[in-house]
Ligand binder design. Structure first.
Ligand SMILES: O=C(O)COP(=O)(O)O
Ligand SMILES: [Mg+2]
Length: 225
């Protein structure tokens, strides 16, 4: 069957899948930590903290650099982090190789594209716009769009509703266990990229396909169809 008809909707994770956001996330996080008299975290440590949303990131960063943050201080510290991160100019170099061309080609082939990230939706939309990708996406769910975030399937289902597809019409593409779990929960196939921030062996994520380069996605979709 034609791949576009088989999978009318393609839904993507953001950090570690479309963009190598860890350097900017580390920069903002380390500015926050420095302001609180905490030591900086190396990039590798920050990469292992990405994927569960901004509040979990800030929480883990404090626990890794000294006394844990009291629960009541977390919301304001997360706001402060997001202000620092949101103020950084988006660098087109953060896009993984082949992302813009491949997304444009998939869209041209007739797929509808959605984003399902644990980043806040507003920052995600701003980033898509700054990177020249906004017009390619018909729906964007962030970690704050519905009550739950990945690994819960609710935000993925929210995107699927907006794209007008059920579980048999979508594919999820992501880089960590949260993406695979959300896809499984929603009943959609999942492609894992091997170059992101998986926090475990990519082979153990349990994805239906693994790709080493984003440009390999169309071929992987054809095999899944
Ligand atoms: O943890 C985050 O803020 C975002 O991560 P994601 O785009 O990989 O879901
Ligand atoms: Mg990710």
């Amino acid at each position: 069957m034609n791949v576009t008809m088989r999978f009318p909707a393609l839904i993507f994770d953001f950090d570690g899948t479309l963009i190598d956001s860890a350097p900017d996330i580390a920069l903002a996080l380390n500015r926050l930590l420095a302001g609180q008299g905490r030591p900086e975290l190396p990039l590798a440590a920050v990469k292992a903290m990405i994927g569960d949303g901004a509040a979990r990131l800030v929480d883990q960063a404090f626990t890794a650099t000294g006394p844990s943050l009291p629960a009541e201080a977390l919301p304001s510290m997360t706001e402060r982090y997001l202000a620092l991160y949101g103020a950084l100019p988006a660098d087109p170099a953060c896009l993984y190789p082949g992302v813009t061309e491949t997304l444009a080609a998939l869209r041209h082939a007739g797929h509808r594209l959605g984003l399902c990230t644990n980043k806040p939706a507003g920052i995600s939309r701003d980033l898509l716009a700054e990177l020249g990708l906004a017009a390619l996406f018909d729906a964007v769910a962030g970690g704050d769009t519905v009550a739950q975030r990945k690994p819960h399937p609710a935000p993925l289902r929210w995107v699927m509703d907006r794209l007008g597809v059920g579980p048999d019409g979508a594919v999820m593409v992501g880089d960590n266990a949260n993406d695979v779990a959300a896809a499984r929960g929603a009943g959609v196939p999942v492609v894992a990229v091997s170059y992101g921030y998986p926090r475990m062996s990519v082979a153990d994520l349990g994805a239906d396909a693994v790709i080493d380069r984003f440009a390999d996605l169309p071929a992987a979709l054809a095999r899944l169809a």
